[in-house]
Design a protein around this ligand. Sequence first.
Ligand SMILES: [Zn+2]
Ligand SMILES: [Zn+2]
Length: 776
Amino acid sequence: MEIRKRKRIEIRGVVQGVGFRPFVYRLALRFNLSGFVCNTPDGVLIEAEGANFALAEFCNGLTLNSPALADIQDVVTCDVNPLQDTEFMIRSSLERSSEIVLVSPDVATCDDCRQDFTNPADRRFGYPFTNCTNCGPRYSFVEDVPYDRARTTMREFRMCPDCQAEYDNPGNRRFHAQPNACPVCGPNLTLVDAAGANLPIATAPEVGMNPDLDVIREVRRLLFRGKVVAIKGLGGFHLACNAENDGSVARLRALKRRSDKPFALMSADVSSVARFCVVREADQKVLQSPRRPIVIFARRPGARVSAAVAPGNDTLGVMLPYTPLHALLFGDTPEDPPAFTALVMTSGNMSEEPIVTSNEEALQQLGSVVDAFLMHNRRIHMREDDSVVRVFQGKAHVLRRSRGYAPAVIELGSPLAEVLACGPELKNTFCLTRGCNAIVSQHIGDLENYETLEFFEETLTNLKRLFRVEPKVVAYDLHPRYLSTQYAFEQSNLHKVGVQHHHAHIASCMAENGLNEKVIGVAFDGTGYGTDGQIWGGEFLVADFEHFERRAHLRYFPLSGGNAAIRQPWRSALSCLREVFGGELPEGLPLWDSVSGKQTDLALTMMGKGINTVMTSSCGRLFDAVASILGVRHEITFEAQAAVELEIAAVAGTEGVYPFQMEYTEPWQVDVRPMIESIVSELQEGETVGSIAARFHGTLAVMIAEVCRELRCREPLNKVCLSGGTFQNTFLLERTLAALADYNFEVYLHERVPPNDGGISLGQAVIASATVKKGV
Ligand SMILES: [Zn+2]
Ligand SMILES: [Zn+2]
């Protein structure tokens, strides 16, 4: 008789909800092994028994051929006594909790499922909730781990015999697919008017028994007629309308009171997107990836998409359909030409509140905005917005991290203290740590209202449960008025660590790049509370996780008007002009025609007396100042609008560099008054706005590189981390990278977390952990 061996194999990583157990099962059958596989709270546990050679091949195959969506972090193998069992089984889950199990982010519809619901002969033809072990809802519908149907929002649906047979058959693609469903047993659609009353649906006689597809066809007709429809998706509702219909888009913009902030679009496929955007090869890959984010593209001149989609902007954010429901909005079968070039698919919420998830919430909050609701009865457990990505120099850089990305962990190499980092105020995310992993929440939003704080709390409760984290330490931003900071102070039983905003930016960039050493950190953004109580935002730090020193910053200028200063770039312009010209402000600037003398006089008086005035080194405000001096924009309706428009203007300009000066106080100050003076005189001499904007960007790039070079003269540091929302400006980033490369710096950027404040929580977490561990 052959000698049998038995191995116990524990696998950690993203191995649940990705078809891992069926894969193990099939592999075991192939090598004629007995034993079992089951999910555990840690991942997957396998015991396999059989011939020694077969076991070795099996173990190799586990890591070499694992399913596409699996991400194995760790495999621990040991020998155990053979049990002489005769078959290999998939066991129900073990309840255990030591390490963490990694919950998979939501996964866009796979090609196999797409074939099913677009094939008129398939039993799932036109079924908007089709999924399999390779695709479908995950984070948005998982209520607890281990990952089983009973712990998802699909527990409310009992599988029909056909679905159950698929679910039980290890050879089937839907074997143990927890969200498995079909038109007979799964969730269904309803179409109601703004008041919640059912709308009449035309039934297609040739298909007959396909009520969901009939509903979707009706929605297509409504969208064609210019209607605005709220559509329940994976992580929440979208507000949808035909992006080519100027009237519909303008109406949606007015109803949503969304200022000029760009709307996201959805388009049927890559070739449709290429009709109105410039799609490069690297963009295409990201656009089609299973994460299916919104990708930022350059807009094609003359594209038929309504100008009201992104007023004043030369880019468009576009995503491809990521659920069968979305795909069917564009047509029933692959042969149909797409019904729309693009649909507006903006988050279903009022102004800056969280995305709406339940049918009741939708009726209540969006009833005044839409003509109809396309709803369904699969509950959304975790709300998620769409993620936003930009491809820069061939690589995907996340700008908003949510659906498809969260709650994937960021591995940090060494274990951390268990921390809750509460994040900043704007673009809030929070971060939990467990073992070597940082768990960054999905994008929560601007923590400026009660609803968003509630979203923060519900997500925190959920992630603590899913990852079995009970933090001992809480990290907070130094700004005393941030709701996230106030939340941290309410956690009376936790050890508190305050983290400076720009230190957190740099630490975040270090953490995701695996750096744990002193670096030069350049943190440029709009607003961050400084240790001196002023508003920082043009900062050169020398930092590691435990400490930072502020070595240099943009020279302070006074900013009056409190929050109004951020909405009114002319206030920054006025202040910078006053710093340069004193009482003799230059004449003939566009600013004087756009803002009343009464307003500017009042602001000057306030600055002079220091009333409601702070000192700032903010690069965001410097962008505002230049934009307003040039007449590009004096007032904004969404964050960084003036900077975005200045960047657009720069693209057409002739480049150059303006003078600036260093003041070698401690910390050094970079004096940009010579630059402002040059800008004003060039403008008065009739130079184009584009060229001045281009030279302004060029000056910043050269200035960053020069300051870094001088810092390197004092201390041998060659690694530079760039962080902060300002570096979302690709015109600036390209030139900064080139200038730093000229001096042979090694430069690190964000990719997996946003460079903007969405990345702050990760930095706070690693700093707090290092602080607690060192006892500093
Ligand atoms: Zn699938
Ligand atoms: Zn079924």
